[in-house]
Design a protein around this ligand. Structure first.
Ligand SMILES: Cc1ncc(COP(=O)(O)O)c(C=O)c1O
Ligand SMILES: N[C@@H](CCOP(=O)(O)O)C(=O)O
Length: 407
């Protein structure tokens, strides 16, 4: 008997894992994304079995995978959690902790999901796996499949940052650069993937991937010595990462390992705030489709596929969604780098931009922010901060420049 079941987020129908591959057949049209549910009574688990910097596989008792199936060669998860008391004090918080996932093997949060996707592809006997991506899911799938026998097909906007695209080629993926948006790449990927019978690594469709992503929340609990933050801020595109934070804390709560679930705050870019818009209108939460314009390519999503789950989970946590402008995001990248040394890509630093925006409301609370991607993934975004002025290779010319810096 399987250790988990799948439950539709829309109609709440429950399935055995072998009854359904991706979304709820009863709801159709990919409307019912599924959540993985466990029988918490059956799971014997305690705090002492976890350590602070182990990979995601230390959580295998609450991951929907089999005991002896494939585990990634590279060390996914166990990324740093930084306690930053000085910045916390500056913002008037009780504690500020920063989960930095730019140190994952391919430099983003997405490795947590790709790792599970690869394990499931092997368990299910697939030889090819595909995804639609803004660049991070893609590079993570490409990087983590590189040492495996799996063939990888990637659909992404040709306009994705060059560092992310370069990762794909260096890892030997089959790249389909679509001259269009992520939302278009997503629909095309689904059609081709279904035609070809490939395994789908699109987090909002494949229910197992969120379980990989939830390990970020589990790590916050373990690494902060079970001292659970009051608020967690995370950036939002399709809505899977934010849903995974709720799910991770929920699992630990149901297992009796923690005594509360933080309020989860979703940070969207002003030019791509589809989920915030729907959430603010209230229930029923219905899918949306908007035009997007933002420098934060990773969260430039007009048609968020996990919108229902994201809204329901955020509501259950007592949280909400906010939006930040591109200018606020850029300033956040710079300020966070300057004050902590953590250099996030725009979608990553958006969480800090969100914190700056609402820190007045969070005074006296313990807050965690999640920096989901490494700044080196998109250096073009910060070109205005790069003031490169050539200096003649002459000692006096160099002295002059140093003097300018010193004054
Ligand atoms: C760096 C980064 N941050 C945040 C997100 C947002 O995650 P989601 O689309 O699941 O909301 C993504 C990609 O999706 C991302 O690549
Ligand atoms: N912004 C994402 C989009 C898809 O990622 P997924 O993990 O939600 O499937 C990206 O990084 O490509």
């Amino acid at each position: 008997m399987s250790k988990y079941k799948l439950k539709c987020i829309t109609c709440e129908k429950i399935y055995e894992p072998d009854e359904v591959e991706y979304t709820c057949p009863a709801c159709g049209n990919r409307m019912g994304t599924l959540e993985v549910i466990y029988d918490y009574e059956d799971i014997k688990i305690n705090r002492e079995e976890f350590s602070k910097y182990e990979s995601i596989w230390q959580f295998e008792k609450i991951l929907p995978i089999e005991k002896d199936s494939y585990r990634t060669l590279l060390h996914v998860g166990g990324t740093p959690l930084y306690d930053v008391p000085k910045l916390s004090e500056e913002l008037g918080l009780k504690q500020l902790i920063i989960k930095y996932d730019g140190t994952n093997p391919t430099a983003s949060y997405k490795d947590r999901a790709s790792a599970i996707a690869i394990t499931k592809a092997y368990e299910k006997g697939y030889d090819t796996i595909y995804c639609a991506s803004t660049g991070n899911a893609a590079s993570s799938l490409a990087g983590l499949t590189a040492p495996t026998k799996l063939k990888t097909f990637i659909f992404l906007p040709a306009s994705a940052p060059i560092a992310k695209i370069s990762q794909l080629f260096i890892y030997g993926a089959n790249v389909i650069p679509i001259d269009g948006s992520y939302d278009e790449a997503f629909d095309i990927s689904m059609q081709i993937g279904e035609e070809k019978g490939w395994y789908c690594r699109n987090s909002a469709i494949n229910p197992y991937l969120l379980e990989g992503k939830k390990t970020g929340a589990l790590e916050i609990a373990v690494q902060n010595s079970w001292n659970i933050p009051d608020y967690v801020l995370v950036s939002v595109g399709d809505g899977t990462v934010i849903s995974s934070f709720y799910k991770g804390f929920y699992d630990f709560y149901k297992l009796g390992l923690i005594d509360k679930i933080p309020k989860i705050i979703g940070v969207q870019a002003e030019g791509a705030a589809a989920i915030k818009r729907v959430y603010d209108k209230g229930e029923p939460f219905l899918p949306d489709d908007i035009e997007t314009h933002t420098i934060a390519d990773s969260i430039s999503v007009g048609k968020p596929r996990d919108i229902i789950k994201a809204c329901k989970y955020v509501k259950a946590s007592g949280g909400y969604f906010i939006s930040v402008s591109d200018k606020e995001i850029l300033n956040a990248i710079y300020e966070l780098s300057l004050k902590t040394g953590i250099f996030g890509e725009p979608a990553g630093a958006a969480a800090y931009a969100g914190l700056k925006k609402i820190s007045g409301k969070l005074k006296g609370y313990k807050v965690a922010i999640v920096i989901t991607g490494n700044g080196l993934k998109d250096v073009k975004a910060i070109e205005n901060f790069v003031k490169l002025k050539k200096v003649k290779p002459e000692i006096n010319a160099v002295r002059e420049v140093i003097e300018e810096y010193e004054n």
